[in-house]
Design a protein around this ligand. Structure first.
Ligand code: PLP
Length: 808
């Protein structure tokens, strides 16, 4: 079953170095050896990929196509070696050749082709689809620049370009012979021929989409799927001979478009920019993908009439929503089908996952922009909208509901409604979120087509997020329950039986302690900060967004700090608050909050009263590989979003699986964590979704809390005054008390403040009873199996995709 023995690996690496760099192992640099490792593993996986695709074709199996504008893959070398079952052999072979495996792994750049949770989810699902032996492919853009690198300079975020492809491209296999052409703009010419209306796009700008494939090996299987990343190239080099034909400028337009389209990932999480380049990116990747799927389907079956029987297209949020009109275009214009037949196929092929209820994240495109860039896709979308609206009118007989469910309204194309109209399934990503979709965000549409709406709670790749990154904990689990959990995450439940075993709890405590020391050493090396491994590691890492309420965490730390000023003995246990978060470059408030965290950290660092008691560290450049170092060392997981706003969260699951205890609101998947853990194994606080709604209805006045509660008063005043660096945060103060082109304290920080302080107090008290704490920690690990991506992907396979999968 193993792909390589240690000896075979040594030989393969040696010859790769020779062929690629003309060097022996002694002469090769770490970077060259890293590349050699990637190429050797890529070869092995490519072979398995060919076998897998042959088998899919031979068996005429239904295939899943997972479309996402983001795949936050992180590093691949250790992961691929792990899945291929050759991690020990690789480490040994590298040792023999004079290299430190750990150093090499650390040298690999993250493939950061995503912003946060949504992109990481897609990456975790790729792993599970391969492991569960589902014939599948992922599709996205091969961005030159992934999510920016964050540096903190004088307390503030600075963005640097993320040039990941230098070493990262070793995993990619370009397939120029499978390139597709994508057309933008131009004008439509219609003509009749042979009784058919033909529509051709003339004078369009054309970009060549070239696939770069990344193989995705499954765990404990030879099944290997592919992540297809589309690179943009110009069709041909600009040819001066075109000049005389007047085609020179069109050729340079093609080239300019090819230059920019795959250049950079939009760095916005839960927020849309509405820029034309973004729409072009979306169509570029969707059109290339659908053409490629249709081409392969035609080659295999000779017709597209059974397309929906052999293909299912899952779209990760509305970003790939143009698959709906694009598939219609191919079926009608290229395959010559009638509208009704094409619509039947499309609406039995596409399934949509919603990821957010935030209004600023729901995609809407101005009709004129849409029409100018995508003239034929506009025609088709307009016809979809017209027919859908007719259906809604006949169902509702209510103009208000017709307006709400419309695909095109008031010169705006609404992508979520397009997905509901053209999709066979609409799912939210946690039980609470899916309920909110049905009762609030998409209430009317779900009344009309209730059978379309469902829930699939998110999950994470537990092999990566537990076994691979936390080998000590994996060792304990295997000692106690065997390795079955790797394929059957629910087997983690067996750990519950050891809750009364002092010996086991002590081992668990030691593992956390060792992991904390490792992480402290890592942080020291990376950014020079000194962490005390004897202190509580209390962590909030996720994208910076007001709804995630990092500011609430900060307000509580300021309150603690002020208590310490009054009474230097107020804190017995040293407490380290760790933050990690990127702010979208255009999100000024988020950047101010990062600055505030660093100002506060600096103040505390320079106050002798805080020494050995209180510490705040902002972890620079939060990304997958940093999360992998951090999760095993974390003790407290901060999941404190305003109830109703976080669709699911997946960071919460990574913490839980590594034994951290959650301080959180009843939001997203925290609700389901609470279902399996009970009040006794987490620290819940704050308003519930319905109470949030009620408070808003009554009219929420945060100033009353400021006037009534002396702790809040003093904390907010400190924002205005600022700290020793002399920076005032009166803008944040004003935002909480008065608003600023938004309601005062929009995310109800002050309403939840007292309850949050109390939850932190309960948490700190629980920490003082190590037996109790470790018992809770063990229960968290034991009950985290339900949050494995394998469970989530199995649900998609069974209820939405209708494809078989490996059961174990
Ligand atoms: C898991 C993960 C996220 C998602 O975190 P949430 O707390 O669910 O928002 C974001 N970024 C990275 C790098 C992650 O690994």
């Amino acid at each position: 079953m193993t792909a390589f023995t240690t000896n075979q690996l040594e030989e393969a690496l040696t010859s790769k170095l020779m062929v690629n760099f003309g060097k022996t192992a002694e002469e090769a640099s770490d970077a060259e050896m890293l590349r050699a490792c990637a190429l050797v593993l890529r070869d092995a996986m490519a072979l398995r990929g060919v076998e897998t695709r042959k088998e899919t074709k031979r068996g005429e199996k239904r295939m899943v196509h997972y479309l996402s504008l983001e795949f936050l893959m992180g590093r691949s070398l250790q992961k691929n070696a792990y899945n291929l079952g050759i991690l020990p052999q690789l480490k040994e072979a590298l040792g023999h050749l004079g290299f430190q495996a750990g150093d090499l792994f650390e040298l690999e750049p993250d493939a950061g082709l995503g912003n946060g949770g949504l992109g990481r989810l897609a990456a975790c699902y790729l792993d599970s689809m391969s492991t569960l032996e589902i014939p599948a492919a992922g599709y996205s853009i091969c961005y030159d620049l992934g999510i920016f690198k964050q540096k903190i300079v004088e307390g503030q975020q600075v963005e640097l370009p993320d040039n990941w492809k230098g070493i990262g491209s070793a995993w990619l296999l370009p397939k120029p012979e499978e390139a597709q052409q994508v057309h933008f703009g131009g004008t439509l010419r219609e003509f009749w021929d042979n009784g058919h209306l033909h529509i051709v796009q003339e004078g369009a700008t054309t970009v060549l989409a070239v696939p770069c494939d990344m193989e995705i090996a499954g765990y404990d299987t030879r099944h290997t799927n592919v992540l297809r990343l589309w690179d943009a190239k110009s069709l041909k080099p600009v040819d001066m001979s075109l000049y005389s034909k007047g085609e020179y400028f069109k050729a340079t337009e093609d080239e300019a478009m090819a230059e920019v389209i795959a250049k950079v990932l939009y760095p916005d999480d839960n927020h849309v920019e509405g820029k034309s380049l973004r729409l072009k990116q979306q169509y570029f990747f969707v059109s290339a993908t659908i053409q490629s799927i249709a081409e392969k389907h035609l080659a295999a079956y000779g017709t597209l009439t059974n397309f929906h029987e052999k293909n299912v297209i899952q779209i990760n949020d509305t970003h790939p929503a143009l698959v709906i009109p694009e598939l219609m275009r191919i079926l009608i214009d290229d395959a010559g089908m009638s509208w009704d037949q094409a619509w039947d196929i499309t609406t039995h092929s596409v399934a949509y996952t919603n990821h957010t209820v935030l209004a600023e994240a729901l995609e809407k495109w101005p009709q004129d922009l849409f029409q100018r860039i995508l003239p034929r896709i506009w025609q088709i979308t307009a016809e979809i909208a017209r027919r859908w609206q007719e259906k809604c009118e006949n169902f509702f007989h209510d103009p208000e509901k017709v307006r709400d469910t419309a695909v095109v309204w008031d010169g705006v194309v609404r992508m979520a409604n397009l997905c509901i109209a053209g999709g066979m399934s609409v799912n939210g990503v946690s039980a609470l979120h899916s309920r909110i979709l049905k009762t609030d965000v998409f209430k009317n549409a779900s009344e009309m087509e209730p059978e379309k709406f469902t829930n699939v709670t998110n999950g994470i790749d537990h092999r990566r997020w537990l076994a691979e990154i936390n080998p000590r904990l994996d060792g304990l689990i295997c000692d106690l329950t065997g390795g079955a959990y790797l394929m059957q995450p629910q087997a983690l439940r067996k750990l519950d039986a050891f809750a009364g075993d002092r010996d086991v709890l002590l081992r668990l405590a030691r593992i956390k302690q060792e992991n904390k020391k490792d992480f402290a050493a890592y942080v020291k090396k990376q950014q020079g900060a000194v962490l005390d491994p004897e202190s509580i590691f209390d962590v909030q890492v996720k994208r910076l967004h007001e709804y995630k309420r990092q500011l609430l965490n900060v307000l509580h730390i300021i309150a603690l700090y002020q208590r310490l000023q009054d009474d230097p003995n107020a804190i017995v246990r040293p407490h380290t608050f760790l933050f990690g978060a990127k702010a979208a470059p255009g999100y000024a408030v988020a950047k101010r909050i990062i600055h505030l965290i660093n100002s506060l950290a600096d103040q505390i660092d320079h106050d002798p009263v805080c020494k050995g008691k209180l510490k705040v560290v902002f972890l620079e450049n939060y990304r997958v590989s940093l999360a992998e170092h951090l999760m095993p060392a974390s003790e407290v997981s901060q999941q404190i979003s305003t109830a109703g706003k976080e669709a699911s969260g997946t960071g919460n699951m990574k913490f839980m699986m590594n034994g951290a205890l959650t301080v959180g609101t009843l939001d997203g998947a925290n609700v389901e964590m609470h279902d399996v853990l009970g009040d006794e194994n987490m620290f819940l606080f704050g308003l519930h979704t319905d109470e949030v709604a009620a408070l808003r209805r009554e009219g929420y006045v945060p100033q009353r809390l400021y006037n009534r509660d002396p702790v809040i008063h003093r904390v907010l005043d400190a924002l205005k005054t600022g700290f020793r660096d002399g920076v005032s945060y009166d803008d944040l103060y004003g935002r909480l008390l008065f608003g600023d082109r938004c309601p005062a304290d929009e995310y109800l920080l002050l309403a939840d403040f007292a309850a949050y302080c109390d939850a932190e107090k309960r948490m700190a008290a629980a920490y003082e009873d190590p037996v109790k704490w470790n018992e809770m920690s063990l229960h968290n690990i034991a009950r985290s199996g339900v949050f494995a991506a394998d469970r989530a992907v199995a649900e998609y396979a069974e209820r939405i995709w209708h494809v078989p999968y490996r059961r174990s």
